[in-house]
Design a protein around this ligand. Structure first.
Ligand code: GLA
Length: 390
């Protein structure tokens, strides 16, 4: 049974009514990593893998959440979301909490959700849950919030309730993603530009199946290191408020006044912002070779300067670098595990994935997972009817 059918059927079985159904996609990011919280540029796309929500209002002030894939349930009073040790309810309670903080009174509701965005693989299942529920509640209760406000609300849910100080990329692409299109998001102005992405290449993710518990604490630490860099640069260039404002020359000027680690972090981010812009120019020319070379440079920066890689990710990139059928390969997302993203000529996907699997297994004694993704649209209602604003 497809995930959406399973979610709908479970809902009907438990609640004996017709729910509203929403589809909320995972995402890939082609280039622009750890730039979003530095006010920089990113180039993500929403994918066909998604979390589905079946949802309806409740008679009382209670929320019942059912996580189909985990076979777990969580209940809480709508006006009192308390942090749950179970983990997953926090992504949803954080959203309810943010609606309340934004001055909206959310009535009780019940909801079944599940899907095929793997957890911890770097495809942003968390943003799919947060932004998906934000869009769903906005529709269900006619709250009238615009899309960008919902994106920001979902990001705040993760920042404040879950406690990861993520940037805005994942929630943004979740809501604004478009079919067969990558979005260059300017994380300062929050404007975006669309680039059609219809080439004879496959977007393949190789999943290390490593999830480091370090990742959220190291993520927050990287943010702190960037802020430290900005503070040092600001002394010399008072106009600088974020690494986005820093050119390679300015950074070089400040090198002697910065700790070596902080310099490396800043050097990566400043270079990465430039790479996104160059990657977009390459896309305009349809030059996937140039695009892929930038992806490789990104990986090297993430591994050596930003230090968010791990041996498994480095290995996956190493064995594909220079392969004539692979345009680019790099770790994707926050790092410390999860997936690499690879641009592979469509006809070569099978032999290449067989080779990757074999070499990876030989080196690490377990199989990597592989996902061939395609680019789809952002969160939307699936069964729109006339009492719902879409
Ligand atoms: C995670 C965060 C994003 C972004 C990436 C790294 O996915 O949620 O905001 O910072 O890491 O680019």
């Amino acid at each position: 049974m497809s995930p959406i059918d399973a979610v709908e059927e479970t809902f009907k079985k438990i609640f004996h009514e017709e729910p509203l159904l929403f589809r909320s996609p995972g995402r890939v990011n082609l280039i622009g990593e750890h730039t979003d919280y530095n006010d920089g540029y990113v180039l993500p796309a929403a994918i066909h893998r998604a979390i589905y929500f079946a949802i309806a209002p409740d008679d009382g002030p209670e929320c019942r959440l059912i996580a189909l894939d985990m076979n777990e349930e969580h209940r809480f009073p709508v006006d009192h979301s308390a942090y749950s040790k179970k983990g997953w309810p926090n992504y949803l309670m954080g959203v309810v909490d943010q609606f309340t903080k934004a001055g909206h009174r959310i009535p009780g509701f019940h909801c079944v959700f599940g899907g095929d965005v793997p957890i911890g693989a770097g495809m942003s299942s968390s943003a799919a849950i947060e932004a998906g529920l934000a869009v769903a509640l906005n529709s269900l209760f006619h709250l009238g919030m615009d899309d960008l406000s919902l994106v920001k609300l979902a990001q705040r849910a993760e920042n404040e309730f879950v406690g990861v100080r993520c940037g805005i990329m994942d929630q943004y692409i979740n809501v604004f993603g478009k079919q067969d299109t990558v979005l260059q998001i300017d994380c300062r102005s929050l404007e975006s530009r669309h680039y059609p992405f219809e080439y004879d290449v496959a977007l393949v993710l190789f999943d290390t199946r490593i999830t480091h518990s370090l990742s959220s604490s190291e993520y927050n630490r990287r943010r702190g290191e960037c802020a430290e860099g900005v503070a040092a640069i600001h002394k010399r260039f008072p106009e600088v408020t974020h690494l986005r404002d820093v050119s390679p020359e300015m950074l070089a000027d400040c090198r002697s006044s910065m700790d070596a680690v902080i310099f490396r972090r800043c050097h990566y981010v400043v270079g990465e912002n430039e790479r996104v812009l160059r990657a977009c120019s390459a896309l305009k020319l349809g030059d996937l070779k140039a695009f892929g070379e930038l992806m490789i440079q990104t990986h090297e920066g993430l591994s050596r300067e930003y230090e968010v890689s791990c041996p498994e990710l480095d290995f996956l990139v190493q064995i594909l670098k220079g392969n004539p059928h692979v345009y680019g390969s790099r770790l994707m997302g926050g790092g410390f595990g999860g997936c690499t993203i690879n641009l592979i000529e469509s006809h070569a996907v099978e032999p290449i994935s067989a080779m990757v699997r074999e070499q990876y297994r030989r080196r690490f004694q377990h199989d990597p997972k592989m996902y061939v993704t395609s680019i789809s649209s952002g969160t939307s209602i699936v069964n729109a009817n006339d009492h719902v604003r879409t």
